[in-house]
Design a binder for this molecule. Sequence first.
Ligand code: WQD
Length: 343
Amino acid sequence: MTGKILVTGGTGYIGSHTVVELQEAGYDVIVVDDLSNSGIDVLDNIAKISGTKPAFSKINLADGVKTDNFFSRHHDIVAIIHFAASKAVGESVQIPLHYYRNNLVSTMNLLDCQLKYGIANIVFSSSCTVYGQPDKLPVTESTPRKDAESPYGNTKRVIEDILRDAIHAYPQLRGIALRYFNPIGAHPSALIGELPLGVPQNLVPFITQTAAGIRNELKVFGSDYDTPDGSAIRDYINVVDLAKAHVIAIERLLHNRNKEGFEVFNLGTGNGSTVLEIVRGFEKATGVKLNYKIVDRRPGDIEKIWADTTYANEELGWKARIGLEETLLSAWNWEKRIRGIGD
Ligand code: WQD
């Protein structure tokens, strides 16, 4: 493969796993990240897994001048996978202008550079959050999008629209939006994983930090949902399965297999799990008893969502393969390694 794949946000959780899968598929990767929510040591751990340390530039893509300068110095980029964004749901409610400015302006700067430097292909990290609480389950790619529950979720929806409109206006561009359900777990090497700064918002890192004794107890948000055990349902997908889907999406574009200029795919397992099922699954997979308490619902949470994965399975030839307990164990192995906890 000639030419480099640019991974924005490549030192982040899903970005770093995708860099590994791209390298293992034989691609030459360059990473840009502003390191606002990840550490540069991730690059060394990527190298320990794949044998190659990706090239790296520290850039905030919301800075148009620096972004253009980067592209003016890298003429061999053939595709972009765009992860870089502010992504904390709760924080986005507090500082929406930062979220809109950072996430939208970064994307528009990238698209400007794609047009200026002739880079046709972009894969975008979108989210099932664009569906809000669907009226009908499971969710397909034609399930209507709803008003997002947060400014963060809305930036995903708006960026999809920006991509759609830009690709329509400039046919030399081609893009794929991948709508993730709930990414969890870590690389089997336990060398890369999810490392939230501060108190984790997401369920699985909170579980692993509780198991590690960093958090006193897990709060289960809500037990009065219309679900088998009353706790909310999500479609939890292994991060390595998710990363592999990005390689397939890039290859779809590079080999002109895309059927439309702009395409959207749901990336989930097709199975929904309740919060309490995740808790029990973690305890079973790890043998660690979790200290948890059921409390009120978290404002802004939807009740239940899981994916219809038919389109991605058939059109991309991709399927989530790693089971839930293996995934939860991988999250625990990662937590133990970074906290220096022995077996
Ligand atoms: C999952 C379930 C919580 C924490 C968000 C974003 C989505 C994506 C993933 C970035 C819910 C419950 C959680 C806790 C709990 N983010 N929970 N106790 O809210 O489905 O999705 O994160 O790409 O875009 O919207 O994920 O992990 O926060 O919550 O009971 O301490 O776990 O109520 O039912 P969510 P989550």
